[in-house]
Design a protein around this ligand. Structure first.
Ligand SMILES: Nc1ncnc2c1ncn2[C@@H]1O[C@H](COP(=O)(O)OP(=O)(O)OP(=O)(O)O)[C@@H](O)[C@H]1O
Length: 264
């Protein structure tokens, strides 16, 4: 069996004096769709930023495609980044360029391919996401779901081994969101991509995940298959699955102390 594409050991992440992630351990194997699930503020985006090497971990290790990203040279980091696709929340297409030009951007930036090949490759990827023939439109002429799909085409235009998708369903209606789920499954099956999806949408997570990592208050409650997560006896997991709110206990003194400490 090939080694995991992502290996995280004992990851610890801080913002200033606040510890956000601790004891985070998990790995992602080739060909799987891993969903990282957790409530608001559980640390999903922080984890994603560390996985992508945008922040250095305060403790622990992250190996991405076999490279320890905290110790990697800028050249090694660039090499790893070229093999990774990322689709962030909001899509972030450049509004002054056509859809086709947006999708072609990574090829222009990272390769020396000629114009004709770049056009063919970006058109092919637009077809993969069901946007064949839309290359000449401007992003403002697309619906929310189409923008997400165009951003996905851009994320996969370099045929990445590993694709990160942050909150695919955010801002989409259920039907469009279900279409995007189908597309993610197709990328795994047809293009054999390994995909990490960060979401708090349970329906979507259960539909697309091979495995789920459940994050809560900065640590991992469990990693398992959909069936294992659904059947987990852990009370906090069941609260998340049944959308039961956490009991909010406010310690006003501790809150004020932290505020003044953070300002000091
Ligand atoms: N740049 C930052 N500086 C300081 N604290 C931050 C920063 N970004 C996030 N945090 C804090 O870290 C914690 C985890 O936030 P994070 O955005 O990773 O959670 P999340 O699970 O992605 O939440 P959501 O689903 O609401 O986006 C939160 O308490 C948040 O306030």
């Amino acid at each position: 069996m090939s080694p995991p594409l992502i290996e995280v050991e004992n990851l610890e992440a801080w913002y200033g004096r606040r510890r956000i992630l601790h004891d985070v351990d998990f790995s992602v194997n080739a060909g799987e769709i891993r969903v990282i699930m957790g409530g608001s503020g559980s640390g999903k985006s922080t984890l994603l930023r560390h996985l992508l090497g945008l922040h250095k971990p305060r403790g622990g290790n992250i190996r991405l495609l076999g490279v320890d990203i905290a110790k990697a040279s800028p050249r090694e980091l660039l090499d790893v980044r070229r093999k990774i696709g990322v689709s962030f929340q909001g899509g972030a297409l450049l509004t002054s360029m056509t859809v086709g030009e947006n999708v072609a951007l990574p090829l222009r930036e990272h390769t020396t391919l000629d114009e004709h090949t770049i056009r063919i490759m970006s058109r092919l990827k637009l077809e993969v996401v069901n946007l064949g023939g839309f290359q000449e439109l401007m992003p403002s002429q697309l619906s929310g779901g189409m923008i997400k799909r165009a951003a996905l085409a851009r994320a996969i235009v370099m045929d990445p081994k590993l694709l990160f998708f942050d909150e695919p369903s955010a801002g989409l209606d259920p039907v469009v969101s279900a279409e995007l789920d189908e597309l993610i499954l197709r990328l795994r099956d047809a293009l054999r991509m390994t995909i990490v999806v960060v979401t708090h949408e349970l329906d979507s997570a259960f539909k697309i995940a091979d495995t789920i990592t459940v994050l809560d208050e900065g640590s991992i409650l469990m990693t398992g298959t959909v069936a294992e997560v659904r059947a987990a006896p852990n009370e906090r997991i069941q609260d998340l699955l049944n959308r039961r709110p956490r009991e909010i206990v406010v310690d006003a003194d501790a809150y004020l102390r932290r505020l003044t400490e953070e300002r000091a």
